[in-house]
Structures are given as C-alpha cells and as structure tokens.
Design a protein around this ligand. Structure first.
Ligand SMILES: [Fe+2]
Ligand SMILES: [Fe+2]
Length: 275
C-alpha cells in the first residue's frame, strides 16, 4: 500500500491511542522504505474521533487554572492532549491531502516527522492523565483546530499559513508559562512533558515556515505579504501578543511576519493579564 492509503487509514482511526500508535508505525515504515510511493488516496473529510470528548464552542470549555489540587492540571493536560490529537490529524492530513502537488520527498519526510512527534506528545499526555486518574475524553473540548483545517483544505499555502504558523506558533508563546506554573505546584513530570513538547514545536513551526516559503517560491509570491493576506482571510481576529520572539526566531519565523498582524503594537511588553 502506498503512503496516502496508510495516511487515510490512520486518519480514519477513532481510538486516539490506536491512532497515535498506528501513526508511529507508519512513519517508521516510510523511513525504512517498507512504505513507498505516494498513491492517490484522499484523506477522509473528517478524521475519526472517539465518541468522547464532547466537542463544544470554546467559551463552554472549562478554564484550566493550575493549582495544587489535580483538577486544574487535569483540565490543562486534557486540553493539550486534545490539541495534540488534532495535531496528529493535521500532520497526517498535510502529507495526504497535497500528495498530488508535485512536492519533493522532503515535504513528506518533514510532515511525517511532525506526525510522529504529535503522536508521541499525545501518548505522553495520555500517560500523565492516567497518573492523575483521568482519561482523554473525560472533559469537553473544542473543535476550533479542525474547523481551521477544513477552511484551508482547498489551498496548501493557506493551510501552511494557518496551521503551523498561526496555531502551532501560538503554542510557543503560551507553553513556557504553563511549564513554570506546573513546576510551581510541584508537578515536575507534567512540566517535563511540556518542555519536550515545547522543544519539538519549535521544529514544527520551522517545518511550516520552510514549506510556506517553498510554496511561495513556486508561485512567485512574496512570503510576508502573502502570509498577511492569508491570515487576514482565514484567521478571524488579530494575533495575540506577547509573542515568544526567541522561540519564533529559533524556528526561522521573523517578526516581520507576525508583528503587523498583532492586536497591539507593544510586541515586547508583558501580557496585560497574566491569566
Ligand atoms: Fe505537539
Ligand atoms: Fe506540533
């Protein structure tokens, strides 16, 4: 079976632990050559998902206040596990949906590497939830990430502009504070898991940026103005500072992209609310 058939199969799996495991296996198969050729299988319209969590509008999803009791940490781990599950689907979908776009092998290597990381992240957080007597699916979650994916499905450049360079880049901004708060309440195991995720996500934003630039080059488009146009079209509302400029810089993502799209111009200031 060629790659896209494996990808469509993994995307359709409803059990998240099984999906993560199959993702890791198929990435290993691609790397060792036992899966070869792209094929033409399209991704499913909607990835397989378990019956729970219940998907709700973002405002109806409980806030994640980190305190000494486990409740806030469970809410945080659950919310991020949900993001990681979406991120598995987004990476698999990226490698499957645009397989006919005449992209080099490195494109598939990169996005399968991202999918493998996201699967590892999901399983790590799932283990942390289990240690706190919780399970993915216990709490409601929101569907914003997959909605963003659907809106950009028709256009590889739009998908690259939004999924890695808005949504994953946002993770770089907010994760360090989560790590600090987890350490402050003595949950070093969760903090360590988030530190691994933070490290890997710098790479994912870098992969997104590399392929955004590549596709801009193919289409003879200016990357900065094209990104502004696509973010204006597909992402409602300005980008929220403060930005983790150091991490974004490490990913090769320059402030010339996101600074003009910021809701405030005090890019370097601390957040108005530390919540
Ligand atoms: Fe991740
Ligand atoms: Fe990621």
């Amino acid at each position: 079976m060629p790659l896209t058939a494996h990808l469509a199969g993994a995307l359709s799996i409803t059990d998240p632990v099984e999906k993560a495991g199959q993702t890791r296996l198929l990435v290993a198969g691609w790397r060792d050559g036992s899966i070869a050729g792209l094929g033409t299988t399209p991704p499913p319209v909607r990835p397989g998902r378990p019956a729970r969590p219940e998907l709700k509008p973002p405002r109806d999803v409980p806030r994640r206040r980190i305190g000494p009791s486990a409740g806030g940490r469970i809410a945080l781990l659950h919310a991020i596990a949900h993001i990681e599950l979406n991120a598995i689907d987004l990476a698999l979908d990226m490698a499957c949906r645009y397989a006919d776009a005449d992209l080099p092998r490195a494109f598939f290597d990169d996005w399968l590497g991202v999918a493998d990381d996201e699967a590892r992240h999901f399983l790590m957080l799932n283990d942390r939830l289990a240690k706190l007597d919780a399970t993915y699916g216990d709490l409601p979650a929101h569907d914003g990430l997959w909605q963003a994916a659907q809106e950009t499905a028709h256009d590889l450049l739009a998908r690259l502009a939004i999924a890695p360079l808005v949504l994953e880049a946002r993770g770089l901004d907010v994760t360090p504070a989560m790590i600090d708060r987890l350490r402050a309440v003595g949950d070093d195991e969760s903090a360590d898991a988030f530190a691994i995720i933070m490290h890997d996500e710098v790479g994912h934003v870098g992969v997104g940026k590399r392929w955004f630039d590549y596709v801009c080059g193919l289409q003879r488009l200016d990357p900065v103005s094209s990104w502004h146009r696509l973010v204006g079209t597909y992402f409602r509302g300005p980008l929220k500072p403060p930005f983790n400029i150091a991490a974004r810089e490490a990913a090769g993502f320059a402030a010339a992209f996101y600074q003009p799209m910021s809701e405030r111009d005090d890019l370097f200031a601390p957040p108005a609310d530390s919540g």
